[in-house]
Design a protein around this ligand. Structure first.
Ligand SMILES: Cc1ncc(COP(=O)(O)O)c(C=O)c1O
Length: 454
């Protein structure tokens, strides 16, 4: 009798303990066992391992929204090209550091056809995933001018970039653009750039984690100010053409995804094969350096490298030192995929559009259950539906919300390590949520709202 009473008290002593889809005590126990000081502050991999243990102990599946991984099979064109290259014997030969000719050609065509920007083949360099592209880029740009020792992030952003500058010993600073969209961006950006210590700035478009997309107007502001203060913008296009509000899918036809490359001469672009071709496992991407920047001389580079020419140093100084080339067969895969897209034979935008359709449904479910979208507009226009979105539930910090949602079998990450000042926000990634799980998500969110509304 005493046991029953104690149990009942346990169940009713707090609202959150009532009727949670995942057994309250199991979640609590696993959180304690994880020894994480705060679940909300944990890294994606830590959250992942905690959820795996809760799933195992409870026998219940989570709606997994914590990790930004492709949820589609790898594009077959790439797989076949890679197998063929391996069979032809490329595995025993070191690839040229600057990349195979076919790939350089297709990258240059891709940039022309989909951004309407001209770059010479020489300035297109493969990297082992755009993560290595940004590493090599920070490494070089931070040494190009001894007076410019700081990277500026236009946040929120991909936490790994911040980790990279940290391990490289490069200073970083940031702007959370939430309150500074449109013309408002100019003043806050100029304030940072005029200090004179910024070597480069980086943003992703569409953005991880918020899915905001800078408009043409904003990219023009970035381009103009970068020119004025001689700062290199790095445009991270990991989600190339994935703003589905406009049809950017036709090679060589308007409209094209807006790019800073239209508004300045010294810029860099990073493209990744991970999301657009669901090719994350093979680690392939590319670095595009504007022709002017490629040929530019930075005498300060000679402190670390044998050449003062930026492009030469990126390839034969930095990329050589880091990985001495990019997996040979994977370069053939990327070249074949880009060729198929450039020739109009593969519509990758159509293939990944499913993420946008799913996000639309999921956002509606969150909104119907008392949540709100945090980063909700692009200079006045509602944001697109895509790979990620950000939500908040009033009365909770993002970190608390992450923990509370675990009892409802929903996983996400907080915005706290993305450079966002919106401490109430969490990021949801749609890629691993199956359509068959959507009714369950809706039910769990409704229950959460029932138990938490004030
Ligand atoms: C904004 C952004 N940049 C870069 C990357 C890394 O891409 P890759 O897999 O090519 O290293 C990601 C991956 O999630 C990302 O979201």
């Amino acid at each position: 009798m005493k046991d029953v009473l104690e149990n009942t008290l346990l169940q009713t002593s707090s609202d959150i303990r009532i009727n949670t889809p995942i057994d309250f005590n199991i979640v609590k126990q696993k959180i304690e066992e994880s020894k994480l000081p705060s679940v909300g502050k944990a890294s994606i991999r830590e959250v992942r391992s905690l959820i795996n243990s809760i799933e195992k102990a409870s026998g219940k599946k989570f709606i997994r929204m914590e990790m930004g991984v492709p949820g589609l099979p790898a594009s077959e064109i790439g797989v076949n090209a890679e197998i063929e290259a391996l069979k032809k014997g490329v595995a025993n030969a070191y690839p040229e550091i600057e990349g195979i000719t076919e790939l350089k050609r297709e990258i240059s065509r891709f940039i022309k056809l989909f951004l309407d920007v001209d770059v010479q083949e020489k300035s297109c360099i493969p990297c082992t995933g755009s993560t290595s592209g940004s590493f090599v880029t920070f490494l070089t740009l931070a040494r190009a001018d001894k007076n410019k020792d700081t990277v500026l992030f236009l946040d929120p952003g991909f936490p790994v970039h911040k980790m990279q500058t940290k391990v490289l010993g490069i200073n970083q600073t940031n702007i959370d653009v939430y309150k500074f969209r449109g013309e408002k961006l100019r003043e806050v950006l100029e304030e940072k750039l005029k200090a004179g210590n910024i070597s480069c700035l980086l943003y992703s478009n569409p953005n991880n984690p918020s899915w905001i997309c800078f408009t043409d107007k904003e990219l023009r502001i970035i381009g103009e100010l970068c020119t004025k203060y001689d700062v290199i913008p790095i445009e991270d296009l990991a989600y190339f053409n994935m703003d589905f509000r406009k049809d950017y899918s036709k090679p060589g036809k308007d409209p094209h995804q807006p790019s800073v490359a239209k508004y300045c001469d010294n810029y860099m672009i990073l493209v990744s094969g991970s999301k657009i071709f669901s090719y994350a496992g093979q680690r392939i991407g590319c670095i595009i350096i504007s022709d002017k920047l490629f040929n530019r001389e930075y005498p300060d580079l000679l402190r670390f490298f044998s050449s003062a020419t930026f492009g030469h140093t990126m390839i034969y100084g930095a990329a050589y030192a880091v990985s001495a080339g990019v997996t040979h067969s994977t370069q053939y895969a990327f070249a074949a995929l880009l060729k198929a897209v450039n020739d109009g034979e593969l519509d990758f935008v159509k293939e990944v559009k499913i993420y946008g359709e799913r996000a639309k449904k999921m956002k509606k479910m969150f909104l119907n259950s008392g949540f709100r979208i945090v980063y909700d507009h692009d200079d006045g226009e509602p944001i697109a539906d895509g790979f990620y979105f950000t939500v908040a539930y009033d009365g909770y910090s993002g970190e608390d919300l992450i923990e509370q949602l675990l009892y409802y079998g929903i996983s996400a990450i907080s915005l706290s390590n993305t450079g966002s000042l919106r401490k109430e926000g969490i990021r949801a990634c749609v890629s691993l949520v199956h359509d068959s799980q959507l009714p369950e998500l809706e039910e769990r969110l409704k229950l959460f709202h029932e138990n938490h509304k004030q």
